[in-house]
Design a protein around this ligand. Structure first.
Ligand code: PLP
Length: 411
């Protein structure tokens, strides 16, 4: 059995200052998750997402397959070290997907049955689902309409109304960090844990500090549409050894960390482990993340400039924040008609998310489902995401802009 890539010389480019736009790479259709992927254009369509795996990752996967260590092997341990280092945390625990990362992190911070956790109603349903899967109660506070992330002022309102809140789960939506300075202050003041849902924000920063390193734990997804992918996969980042050890045990049938494959189970746990193939892809993708994020930011800057004079809201990047544009999301009252025009021009779009979580049928029985959360509801009615992925060509970007401009000029 060979352990490829135990190399210590793999380094992650933290400066993210050079590199170009990745070439388009044909992608296959995937079942839908938080976002769907359409087939890469064979018919002039500009797709909403296009994962780019590359030859290096394929070679690494081949080595893993030849090694015979397919589950939770050395590639996964290396990926954990490298991803933790990238985020600036001491520890990282790889998982099977972003939802299991959130679940494991909540177990890691010690969530108990019935504990209430404030989170965003304007997110993929997995954010709140993870709280329920861990036995907790999601409590929704509204989002800020400019940033689409938890509004700390509304979190304060909820904290003033209830005395059962034990934690916060901010979501760094679309690639922009939530207001972690203010939320961390509230957490400190009210003695709350913070689990960041960073599933859409690999590499996003506030004043140079990366998401995943602000809270007690941070959680990432490596679903194919994300800024980097492992096919399916997730990871928990943390500076707390106790959180990392509990999460690592929880994702591995409750085994004691470091006991290898022993049949001693000190806790209840799941099999939420990452495969070695996913770990190998993750290491290669992490090396390319700076290049991917740069390309996303270049595409976003182009749209910002080209769409500035139109009657729509383009994304906000507050001072000191570095947005990584998992989505480039505009807001307009004319959303559905604009999406139809773009479709006619061969441009795919996405609505993330048309139904806020508190209005999902699966949330009818959850206590704060009846709450009025006007910004989340307004966002759900007006947001539209345009293709911003790294594989967009110059022509793709122009097609998107021309289609949006055509729509507003023909009115
Ligand atoms: C904000 C957010 N949280 C959680 C998840 C869950 O991640 P996964 O699909 O890998 O389980 C996603 C993925 O779509 C997400 O976008």
């Amino acid at each position: 059995m060979t352990d490829q890539n135990t190399d210590s010389e793999r380094r992650i480019d933290t400066a993210e200052t050079d590199g170009g736009v990745a070439e388009p790479d044909p992608s296959s259709a995937e079942p839908t998750d938080g976002e769907s992927i359409d087939d890469e254009s064979t018919d002039g369509t500009v797709s909403i997402a296009a994962p780019d795996i590359g030859a290096d990752a394929a070679e690494q996967v081949q080595s893993v397959l030849e090694s015979g260590m397919l589950a939770d092997g050395p590639e996964v341990r290396d990926f954990e070290s490298e991803f933790g280092a990238y985020c600036g945390t001491d520890r990282a625990v790889a998982t099977s997907n972003g939802t299991t990362a959130l679940h494991a992190a909540l177990e890691g911070v010690g969530l108990e049955d019935g504990d209430a956790v404030i989170t965003s109603p304007f997110s993929f349903v997995a954010s709140a689902n993870a709280i329920r899967l861990a036995g907790g109660k999601p409590v929704f506070a509204d989002v800020d309409l400019e940033t689409y992330t938890l509004d700390p002022a509304d979190v304060e309102r909820v904290l003033a109304e209830r005395d059962d809140i034990v934690g916060l789960m901010p979501v760094h939506l679309y690639g922009l960090a939530a207001d972690m300075d203010w939320l961390s202050e509230l957490a400190e003041e009210h003695d709350l844990f913070v689990v960041e849902d960073a599933c859409q924000a690999h590499g996003a920063t506030i004043d140079g500090k990366r998401v995943g390193s602000f809270g007690d734990a941070g959680c990432f997804s490596f679903y194919p549409t994300k800024n980097m992918t492992t096919g399916e996969g997730g990871i928990v980042t943390t500076d707390r050894d106790d959180v990392a050890d509990r999460a690592a045990g929880f994702v591995n049938h409750g085994r004691d960390v470091g006991s290898g494959g022993s049949y001693e189970h000190i806790d209840l746990g799941h099999n939420y482990r990452m495969t070695s193939m996913a770990g190998a892809i993750g290491r290669s993708q992490l090396e390319r993340l700076p290049e991917f994020n740069r390309a996303r930011r270049e595409n976003a800057a182009y749209y910002d400039e080209q769409l500035a004079d139109l009657p729509l809201e383009t994304p906000t990047e507050p001072d000191g924040y570095r947005h990584v544009y998992h989505q480039y999301t505009i807001r307009t009252d004319d959303r559905d008609a604009l999406a139809a025009t773009l479709d006619e021009h061969g441009v795919d779009t996405g609505i993330y998310y048309e139904t806020p979580i508190h209005h999902q049928p699966a949330y009818e029985t959850v206590s704060t489902a009846a709450a009025t959360l006007p910004n989340a509801e307004r966002a759900a009615e007006t947001v539209l995401s345009l293709p911003v992925h790294p594989a967009l060509s110059e022509r793709d970007r122009r097609t998107v802009v021309e289609a949006v401009r055509d729509h507003f000029h023909s009115q």
